[in-house]
Design a protein around this ligand. Structure first.
Ligand code: NCD
Ligand code: ZN
Length: 434
């Protein structure tokens, strides 16, 4: 038995916050509360950990992760990505289908799920593609993909350009009960842009992507969710236009959720240096006005959840000039620390809402047994030290890639122990910081 004493427990699913003990046995939470000793079985030996001054959170559930396997293992693979996940406090994740080949058939879906189980760290669930080869033309066999372990469907990496295909996708996905995860990007509007269009792109002489490239497709997909009654999840929301569409769709009672990524809440287009393509991401870093609106929407629940959009790329690829480097940032190992440092610590986001948005709500939306420390729930949890400081460094990452804009920054607030199913899968104290 594992007995964690005097932790600051936050578990929004139980409406619980306060100093408590938690006992776990056989991979599951046994009890949690202020004085649980009386209810614990007699004569059993327990590993006791004094957690005074630390938080105990349900493990994070990250619905937007690129693990790159199969086919792009030079960037990441399921094992390295799983290590990165548990270092960042992520105990369950959904991985994206834009691999090589694309995860669009049963064999590949099952393979990813199986390799995730073998890595035996975080719980890995595949999202399968919406269209074959992510070519945007022909729908995949969603019911079969679900039977092989897919928890939803996404052509993330590019938008589904054809509205009729998206309408059909929402119709068919409804039969599986799984959400369609939409990467909203109108290719014609995005043009060849490399950062957000506006003053900042003009000042740098870089081709801009107008905010409408995202908002227009988000509005379309929201309307199609209304038309079909399908389940829609908007990935990496980054514009006020998308928020307006989301607000309207939710007000109409349609089955829509949305996620925002930490980098879109912390950085803006003004932060983009011409000489550092680690700041290049899709959708691009927002204007300050959009960033503020995103944060307000996350805080008030219009945006349901946080997700990292962990998108590893090799050093060589990211060393190319800004306009030629690929879009994407690694984030699994820094997402929680960055949000704590830049949003929770300064009082812009409460710890309770952070855990609600990065654990409870994503588990609920994608039907995962996770996101709470209720008795009987899997003992997926993190011990979090709000004062643990580290400088973000490529030498200190489990991910194969280190393309994060936070390199060199000192972040404060890190998970120091991560358990999955009651098993300790990461201990920061055993790995001193660089
Ligand atoms: C992602 C990638 O590299 O696969 N890149 C990114 O900038 N976010 C694709 C995606 O999530 O759209
Ligand atoms: Zn995307």
């Amino acid at each position: 038995m594992l007995w964690l004493k005097n932790a600051r427990v936050i578990d929004p699913a139980q409406g619980v916050a306060g100093i408590m003990d938690l006992a776990a046995r056989d991979g599951r939470v046994l009890s949690v509360g202020r004085d649980i000793a009386a209810g614990l079985p007699d004569g059993e030996t327990a590993e006791v950990i004094d957690c005074a001054g630390k938080y105990l959170f349900p493990g994070l559930v990250d619905v937007h992760v690129h693990l790159r396997e199969p086919g792009q293992e030079e960037k990441e693979d399921i094992t390295s990505g799983s290590r990165a996940a548990v270092r960042g406090g992520v105990t369950s994740l959904l991985c994206m289908a834009n691999t090589e080949p694309v995860i669009d058939n049963q064999a590949l879906t099952a393979l990813v799920a199986d390799r995730g189980r073998r890595a035996a760290l975080a719980r890995i669930y595949p999202l399968a593609a919406v269209t074959k080869g992510m070519a945007g033309a022909e729908l995949t066999e969603m019911a079969e993909l679900k039977a092989s372990g897919a928890k939803g469907f996404s052509d993330d990496g590019r938008g589904v350009q054809n509205g009729e295909i998206m309408r059909l996708a929402l119709e068919y996905a409804k039969l599986t009960g799984c959400p369609i995860v939409s990467h909203c990007e109108d290719a014609a509007l995005a043009g060849g842009g490399v950062m957000r269009r506006g003053r900042a792109s003009a000042a740098r002489g870089l081709i801009g992507i107008p905010g409408a490239a995202e908002s227009v497709m988000a509005a379309r997909d929201v309307l199609l969710a209304g038309e079909t009654g399908g389940r829609l999840h908007l990935a990496h929301v980054s514009t006020q236009g998308t928020l307006a569409a989301l607000r309207a769709g939710k007000a109409a009672g349609w089955d829509i959720t949305a996620e925002v990524n930490p980098h879109h809440l912390i950085l803006t287009d003004e932060d983009v240096p011409l000489t550092n393509s680690n700041f290049k991401v899709n959708p691009p870093l927002p204007t300050a006005e959009d960033r503020d609106a995103l944060l307000a929407a996350l805080a008030d629940g219009l945006i349901d959840m946080l997700a990292s959009d962990h998108a590893p790329h090799t050093w060589e690829e990211k060393a190319r000039p800004f306009a030629e480097a690929p879009f994407g940032m690694t984030a699994l190992e820094t997402a929680l620390a960055a949000v704590w440092t830049y949003l929770v610590r300064p009082g812009k986001l409460t710890a309770a809402r952070l855990i609600d948005a990065y654990s409870r709500r994503p588990a609920e939306r994608f039907g995962l047994e996770a996101g709470t420390l209720k008795p009987g729930a899997p003992a997926d949890m993190i011990l979090f030290d709000p004062d643990w400081e580290e400088t973000v460094s490529a030498d200190n990452m489990a991910s194969k890639s280190a393309n994060t804009p936070f390199l060199g920054r000192r972040l404060r607030g890190y998970p120091i122990k991560t358990w999955v199913g009651g098993r300790l899968v990461f201990d920061r104290l055993a790995q001193p910081p660089v």
